[in-house]
Design a protein around this ligand. Structure first.
Ligand code: SF4
Ligand code: SF4
Length: 346
């Protein structure tokens, strides 16, 4: 693996250049209270000092609302216009948990049915990660063999160290970007900076207050679909779906047709949530998840079992968003702890 160094003083110029050559998507503050990822026109809009964005960067590859086709009937034929090839995009400032969540989404969209909407964006996007500099009380990425400076999955990984960024070049895509903007990527002191990064990672890992141990949890879920435990947990849930909308690994969507004229329309896909009653409602009226109990169980089974069964990858990355945003404090780390106890008492 190659590594480089970018001086902090030069980062704004690099971001400005990226914004000219690519669609640059980066963390921004909106209305002073919300941090999210969106297209920026230059460095002055980018928020570098953020902990964990309220909304994850997932929407860069899988937008909350996306037009997939437009159609018009002309006589006996149907003219369909597919979405255009997505532009070259640089997704900058992605935290390690969110990078890992993209790795969890990849097999969903490139499985048996290739999802060109996601895959074309993925192919045209270079992921530039940014190590965390603070650990929140809700963070638990270390439970999933990750950590605040883990760059696996990023094309380039930036770590702030004093007046510089240590940059790990992890992929060919990352390497091409470094080559194209070589005036910003120095080679000096990288060995020393690699050591400093390791020390910083260790220091930050010592700051996690939420200790989460997943040992035995999947086995409990493998062996018990019905557990009296679920009869308790769901009672607090409001079914608002916030947990799924903020989750960087949730990927369910619905498809809508919007009529734009007598013989024309647009087709959209929009995020959906397994916490909504009509998510599994069938045309004949049957609903296999008729109450909140089944829906809450499904969410946790998906995060802690089904994703692993299907893709051999965890369906949770420990970002803590569902913990901090749930209005009734349903906490996945408490659920993990409780399920462990169920296993130990079985
Ligand atoms: S955020 Fe909380 S209350 Fe809302 S659906 Fe999720 S678990 Fe239920
Ligand atoms: S389940 Fe919660 S903690 Fe896990 S990735 Fe989703 S939002 Fe983050």
């Amino acid at each position: 693996m190659d590594s480089r160094v970018v001086s902090k003083a030069q980062l704004p110029e690099l971001l400005d250049k990226l914004a000219r050559d690519y669609i640059l998507v980066a963390p921004v503050h909106e209305e002073e209270t919300v941090t999210l990822f969106k297209k920026v026109s230059g460095a002055n809009e980018v928020q570098l000092d953020y902990t964990n964005s309220d909304v994850s960067p997932k929407g860069c590859l899988f937008p909350q609302t996306e037009k997939t086709i437009s159609y018009t009937y002309t006589g006996d034929t149907l003219d369909m216009k597919e979405a255009a090839e997505p532009p070259k995009t640089a997704l900058f400032g992605v935290r390690p948990c969110d990078i890992k969540s993209i790795l969890a989404l990849d097999p969903v969209f490139e499985g048996k049915f290739l999802d060109s909407y996601y895959l074309d964006k993925r192919k045209n996007t270079v992921i530039i990660g940014l190590s965390c500099s603070k650990v929140l009380s809700t963070c638990f990425c270390t439970a999933f063999n990750s950590g605040p400076c883990d760059g696996s999955g990023a094309d380039l990984m930036f770590t702030e160290l004093g007046d510089k960024y240590y940059v790990e070049v992890n992929t060919d895509k990352g390497s091409s970007l470094v080559e194209a903007y070589s005036q910003f990527f120095g080679k000096q002191d990288t060995e020393q900076l690699a050591k400093a990064k390791e020390e910083q990672a260790k220091k930050l890992e010592g700051q996690f207050t939420r200790k989460v141990d997943l040992e035995g949890v999947k086995q409990v879920l493998d062996e018990n679909f019905e557990l009296p435990y679920w009869d308790k947990v769901f009672k607090k849930c409001l079914g608002c779906g916030i947990c799924t909308f903020v989750c960087p690994t949730c990927h369910c969507f619905d498809i809508f047709d919007y009529v734009t004229g007598e013989v024309s329309g647009d087709r959209f896909r929009c995020w959906d949530s397994c916490m909504f009653p009509d998510f599994t409602l069938m045309a004949g009226g049957h609903n296999p998840r008729p109450s909140k109990k089944e829906r809450v169980r499904n969410r946790f089974m998906h995060k802690l079992k089904y994703h692993l069964d299907r893709y051999n990858l965890e369906g949770c990355v420990g970002c803590g968003r569902c913990i901090s945003k749930c209005p009734v404090n349903i906490d996945i780390t408490q659920i993990i702890k409780d399920l462990k106890e169920v296993g130990q008492n079985a």
